[in-house]
Write a new protein. Structure first.
Length: 528
């Protein structure tokens, strides 16, 4: 059901002669942070330590730094969720448009400071897309005609008008991210904070979202803060780059110079030692019988309710092969992984693994030889400690616990998570959660890894570590099918591209050839 105000907004077309948009004083900072420190309840160390900076109206600031350094916590401080919605000790002050965040609840700042969170599902709270985008303007008490204009403008800005009347729960991860962005854009805040806004977006949607953000800045003088690991597309738009490490600001200045210094610093860091695969997994550098496919998907057609999402998908995966699943948001990538593991039952077709028809097998049966990491890691975190979470699949599949501690702790150390082994998994950052779920499936060493956007939230250092370990995994015959939206990363892995368009497989070729084929199919320069 539509909310009454949203239905009225779309049903009338009334015009309004007033606007409640924030009019910023161009001479005064819209955000001032002084001596900000924050320690979560139960934590021994602060996640933020003595931060000081200002953001001016119309300024575009990029914040970067290693995964888990406190960037997302800072975003929560800038919108008033800290200290009001999260337990802990906050020191210092944060003022938004001159208002001390300690003195007002986050709802009072909603029209001034807007946040698009790293996990879009965490901020979607209605059943229909139209209601989600209308929710903010409704709470700002805008007239129906203005709400209608805001809904259409915000969804149009992220190329999502076709989602207007869809149920939120039916959307893909990328579509949810676009709706989350639109819901905040619709309030037209004076300060817009986006935490990895393009992490789940396809390349075309990334360009459109960044254009919308830039337009909002130029037309409405909105201050923009983008928290991002991948800097190539956002730095050309930025006025300033802030680098955070271990809760502190370690560099701040012109984007190009500051970014170059930060990358040089990463290059001279001590490299972690790869886990001993032979010792822990008994793996041999042998790709196996590559003449026989490891997995075969035959004529896969599947969907939800009466709507097909996949139509006639055919492909094969071989031992030691690295394949990347690409395509626009909503094209069926995640659904295809779910069909392979048995979460989604196909309407037609079948799945074969090592020449056995496993179409009727349960998820638990297939999980012994297919390890899946979800797009949203929160959907597969169950244990009370990071250490137990990392070993959960090994225990569930009955592989014994004799070597668990050595295997798990070695992998946790490699991915920088060993210091948190007794911590609650849900307390980790998004990037850390992603690495934890990857460890949990790698630890039982299935022949096939199904990875749904594992690069989200990963800084350059951890991206390199992930690449190294996948290379070692493939040398021992493991196959990988990974969803990824970043053409540059796909080229670096130099594997095979499976490209979906509206549920159909239109490209299946080595990466270099695949991108040429995409160009012939009308995909633009964002893939180059």
């Amino acid at each position: 059901m539509l909310s009454k105000r949203a239905a009225t907004a779309l049903g009338t077309g009334l015009e309004t002669g007033m606007s409640t948009e924030v009019t910023a004083n161009l001479c005064e900072p819209i955000a001032t942070v002084e001596g900000l420190s924050f320690t979560y309840a139960g934590a021994s160390n602060p996640v933020l330590l003595d931060l000081n900076f200002q953001i001016m109206p119309g300024e575009f600031v990029v914040i970067t730094g290693p995964s888990g350094c406190g960037k997302s916590t800072l975003a929560l401080c800038l919108t008033g969720f800290i200290p009001h919605a999260f337990s802990g000790e906050m020191k210092g002050t944060v003022r938004i448009s001159g208002v001390d965040t300690r003195q007002v609840l986050p709802g009072k700042l909603a029209g001034i400071s807007g946040l698009v969170q790293q996990d879009p599902e965490a901020q979607l709270c209605t059943l229909k897309v139209i209601d989600e985008v209308a929710f903010g303007p409704e709470n700002l008490r805008l007239p129906p005609g203005e709400i209608k204009k805001r809904i259409e403008w915000a969804l149009g800005a992220v190329d999502s008008l076709d989602l207007l009347f869809k149920d939120v729960h039916t959307l893909s991860g990328g579509e949810k991210q676009r709706v989350a962005i639109a819901s905040v854009l619709a309030m037209r805040p004076g300060l817009l904070i986006l935490d990895e806004p393009t992490a789940n977006l396809d390349p075309r949607s990334t360009v459109e979202v960044l254009q919308a953000i830039e337009s909002l800045r130029s037309e409405k003088n909105t201050a923009i803060i983008v928290i991002e690991h991948r800097l190539s597309k956002v730095l050309p738009l930025a006025d300033r780059l802030i680098v955070m490490e271990e809760g502190k600001i370690t560099a701040m200045g012109r984007p190009r110079e500051t970014g170059t210094c930060y990358r040089k610093k990463l290059l001279i860091r001590k490299r972690r030692v790869l886990p001993d695969f032979k010792r822990f997994f008994g793996g041999q550098e042998n790709p196996g019988d590559s003449d026989k496919p490891l997995l075969v998907a035959e004529n896969i057609t599947a969907g939800y309710t009466e709507r097909p999402v996949l139509a006639g998908i055919n492909f094969q995966l071989y031992p030691g092969e690295f394949s990347v699943l690409m395509g626009d948001n909503g094209s069926g990538k995640t659904s295809l992984l779910h069909v392979l593991l048995g979460i989604l039952k196909p309407w037609e077709g079948r799945v074969l693994f090592q020449e056995k028809d496993v179409t009727s097998w349960s998820v638990a049966q297939r999980a012994r030889f297919m390890g899946l990491t979800f797009q949203n890691p929160n959907h597969q975190l169950f244990e009370k400690t990071v250490l137990r979470e990392a070993g959960l699949p090994r225990r569930f599949l009955g592989q014994g616990e004799e070597k668990d501690s050595a295997v798990i702790e070695n992998l946790l150390e490699y991915f920088g998570l060993l210091p948190y082994k007794e911590s609650l998994p849900q307390a980790l950052s998004m990037g850390e959660k992603k690495r934890l779920t990857f460890i949990s499936v790698l630890a039982y060493y299935p022949p096939l890894l199904l990875l749904d956007e594992p690069l989200v939230g990963q800084d350059e250092e951890n991206l390199a570590y992930l690449g190294e370990i996948l290379h070692e995994y493939r040398k021992r015959g493991g196959a990988v099918l990974m969803i990824c939206h970043e053409p540059a990363v796909v080229r670096a892995f130099d594997g095979r591209v499976l490209f979906l368009e509206a549920g159909k497989l239109i490209v299946d070729a080595p990466s270099k050839e695949a991108f040429l084929m995409l160009k012939e199919n009308g995909y633009g320069e964002e893939y180059y």
